[in-house]
Design a protein around this ligand. Structure first.
Ligand code: ZN
Length: 152
């Protein structure tokens, strides 16, 4: 299991930029302005589709197409910098957090949120440890709970 902790909130802009360049370089990819912009957008968004990243970087990188952004996101995922989430529609979403964790998907805001519940995680780990699915070995569990806002 790969766990990366990125602290960006208290770093100066230059330090953050250096960290992003290091993260991209250390993954084995070439550092380009487009890759930096996409990674920065993912840090800001957390969970996002290629469309959402394009919308965020449009001001600074107006020539970046959805296809290019998707290819960058895909290469980041292959290098372990992002995780992939199958969206509720046919859209593919990416997650800046690559460690195993549960999600809430809000139908109203159409967005993913990380969902931390130690009791649930303990229950899932116990299930995986104690339950054998005949002929298979469990490698990970992706739990996505769909929710909607309660009426006020
Ligand atoms: Zn997540």
């Amino acid at each position: 299991m790969q766990i990366r902790i990125i602290i960006i909130y208290f770093a100066s802009e230059n330090e953050t930029m250096k960290d992003i360049k290091d993260i991209i370089r250390d993954s084995g990819l070439k550092v380009t302005p487009q890759r930096i912009a996409v990674y920065q957008a993912m840090l800001q968004l957390g969970h996002a589709s290629a469309d959402m990243v394009v919308a965020l970087v449009a001001e600074t990188h107006p020539t970046l197409t959805v296809a290019t952004v998707y290819n960058i996101l895909d290469s980041f995922e292959q290098k372990g910098l992002l995780a992939r989430l199958a969206g509720p529609d046919t859209k593919m979403y990416f997650d800046i957090s690559t460690h195993q964790h549960c999600h809430l998907y809000c139908n109203d805001t159409q967005s993913y949120m990380d969902y931390k519940d130690p009791e649930l995680e303990q229950m899932l780990n116990k299930y995986v440890t104690n339950t054998k699915i005949k002929g298979y070995k469990t490698t990970s569990i992706d739990l996505n709970i769909r929710v909607e806002l309660e009426e006020q």
